[in-house]
Design a binder for this molecule. Sequence first.
Ligand code: IVH
Length: 675
Amino acid sequence: MDVFKEIKRLRDELNRHNRLYYQETAPEISDSEFDRLLRRLIELETQYPQFYDANSPSQRVGGEPSRGFESVPHSGPMLSLANAYSYDELIDFDRKIKESLEEKYHYTCELKIDGVAIALRYANRKLVLAATRGDGQQGDNVTANIRTIGQIPLVIPDDSPADFEIRGEVYMNIRDFQTLNDRREAAGENRFANPRNSTAGSLKLLNPQEVSKRPLRAFFYDLRGVDDSLSHSQRLELLEKAGIPVNPERKVCENIEQVWDFCREWHEKRNSLPYEIDGVVLKIDSIAQREIIGYTAKSPKWAIAYKFPAQQARTILNDITLQVGRVGSITPVAELEPVYLAGSTIKRATLHNEDEIARKDVREGDTVIIQRAGDVIPQVVSVVLEKRPGDSKPYVFPDICPECASHAERKDGEAATRCTGGLVCPAQRVERLKHFVSRGAFDIEGLGAKHIEAFSNEAIIKTPADIFRLSDRADEIASREGWGAQSANKLFAAIDERRTVSLERFIFALGIRQVGQATARLLARQYGSYQNWRDQMDTAQDRESDAYGELVNIDGIGPLVADDLLGFLGEDHNRAVLDDLASLLIVEDFKAPDTTSSPVAGKTVVFTGTLETLSRGEAKNRAEALGAKVAGSVSKKTDYVVVGTDAGSKAKKAGELGVMILTEQEWLELIGSGG
Ligand code: IVH
C-alpha cells in the first residue's frame, strides 16, 4: 500500500464529508462512519509522522493552550457600519448614493448576524490566520480556536483563489447556546447573557480543546484580495463554491423599495431563524462603485445597517419578587403574566435594582412594556400609566433579606442592596461555606468545593459549625454513594485536625466583606484573643466609643472596612452562628513574634512624613515584627510618633497630646538598628 496515497485519500474524503455535513447539510455517511475514517487517518498519521500536515482534518484541536493572544495587524482596518432605524433613513441613505453615482447601481441585502467579527487569511489555499476585530487596526490571533470550528475549511479546493482574506461573523445557534448555558449552570458556572456573549467568551478561551466543545459557527460576508471586477454577490458565490460558509438568505435588489421589502420580510421572520439577527445590512454590489462612494473614518459610505426595533410586548406585572444572589446582592424580578416574545414565552423580567424601580415607577398590578434587545434576559421598559389600577401603591424596597430575614443594606454610592446574613442566608450558603473551607481559611483536607456543594444541597451542612458536627452523622455519611466508613473517618480526622485554629484564620474564614487575609491578621494582632475581639467589636458598635476609635485607627482599616465588619457582627444571626462555631473550636490567641527583648513590644507607633532609610511598608513590617502596633493616626493611646520630612498635622497633634516624638534616626536607635 502506498501509505501517503492512503493518507491523502482519507484526508480528501473527510474534507468532503465535512463539507457535505456543514455546507450542504446533506451528509452521505453516518457520524460513526465519519469517526471510523477519522480514527483510521489518525492511526496512519501516528504511525507515519513524516506525513504530518497541520491542515489535516485530524488537526483541528492541535496546539497547546496559550498564555495569551498575540496581537496582529489587519490587512486593512475593520470598520463598523452606520445604522438606520426607519424607512425614511434608508431613503435618505439611498439619496446620497444616487448623488455620488452616475450609473445604475444594485444593493446586496444580507442578514446582520448578531455575533463576533472575525478575519481569516488563506495563503496557498490553506487557513493561516484568524484574527478578532480588536480595535479595528489590530486584533487577537485566535487561529487555534477558529480551527476547531468544523464548518470552516482548513484547506480549500484547487480551483479556488489561492491567497485572500475573508471577513465574517462567528455566532452560536440559539438552541446550542441554551444547551451550553444549562450545562454551565449544572456545573455551577455562570450563565452567559446571550449567544453573542457566549461566542465572544468562547473565542477568548486559551485552550483550543475547550473551544472545540463550544458550538461555534460562522458566516462570511466579505472577500478581499481578488480581482476588482468581481462584484460582491459574485464574490459570495465564489466563497460558497470554495466551501466557506455564507448565509444563504441574501438578495440583490434593484432599488431601495426592494431593500425595504427584504427588511420587512426578515423583521417578520427573524424568530424563525435558528440564530439571532439584529437587522439587515445593505451594501452596494459593485466594488468599483464602492470606491467612488468612499468611506468616513469609521465606516464605509456604501453600506448601512438597518436595525430592527427591539422586540417588545405588553403584559401585566403580577408581582415583584426578590432574588438573592450567591454573594448576597438582592435583585428585584418582575413576575409577569406569561407573554410570547421573540421566540419564547416570557414569565419574568429583571428590574435590576431599587433605583430602576423608582425611576420607572413600576408597581405591582401595572401593565408594562417588556423588551428583549439582543439580550436574553428581558427587561421592563416602561409602565402603561393609563392602565394603572386605582388602588396601586408605589413599591417599597424591603430592608430585610427575603431568604433569611437578615438586615438588607445599601451603601452610599452603590446601586445594589445586599443581604448581611452571610453565614445564615441559604442563598449565600454554598459560596460562604466554600470560602470557609478554602486554603487560607480552615483548609480542611478532603472537604473541597464539590463536597460542600453536595452536603449543602442536602442540608447536611447549613452553617460552618455543622462541619464540626459532621461526625455525629457518621452512618449517614458513610452510606453515601462513593463513600464508606473508611473515607468518612478520614474526613472526620481531617476536620478534627482543624479544630484548633489561629485567630486570624478564624476571622478570615467568616467571609466578611472587605475582610481578607491581611485585614484578618491586623485584627488578630490588635485584639489578641477571640473573646477580646468579640467584646471590643460589641463595644465598637457605638460609633462614639473608644473601641470604635481604636478599630478605625488600625493602619489598614478605615471606616468603610469597619462598617462592613460591624455590620456583620451586629446581626444576631451572625453572632449566633459565631458563638456556636467558637464553642466547637479552640481559637488560638494571636502569636506575637518573640519580642521578649524588644524595646517596643506592645507599644503603639504612628509613622508620619517621608522616611529616609525605609519605605512606609518596611517601617511598618519591622515595627510589627518587634511586637509594636502601627496605627494610622495619633491618639492618647499612641506611644511614639516617628516623624520623617514634611510631617504635618500628626506631629502637631502628638505635641498637643504629649506623645513622644522621635526622628527616624532616634527610632532606629530605639529598635537597635541605628546607623
Ligand atoms: S458588513 C465595513 N455584513 O456588524 C463593515 N457586517 O455593525 C462591513 N455584521 O462589524 C461589515 N452581519 O461584525 C457586514 N452581513 C453582514 C454582517 C455584518 C453582521 C457585523 C460585523 C460588523 C458589524 C457592524
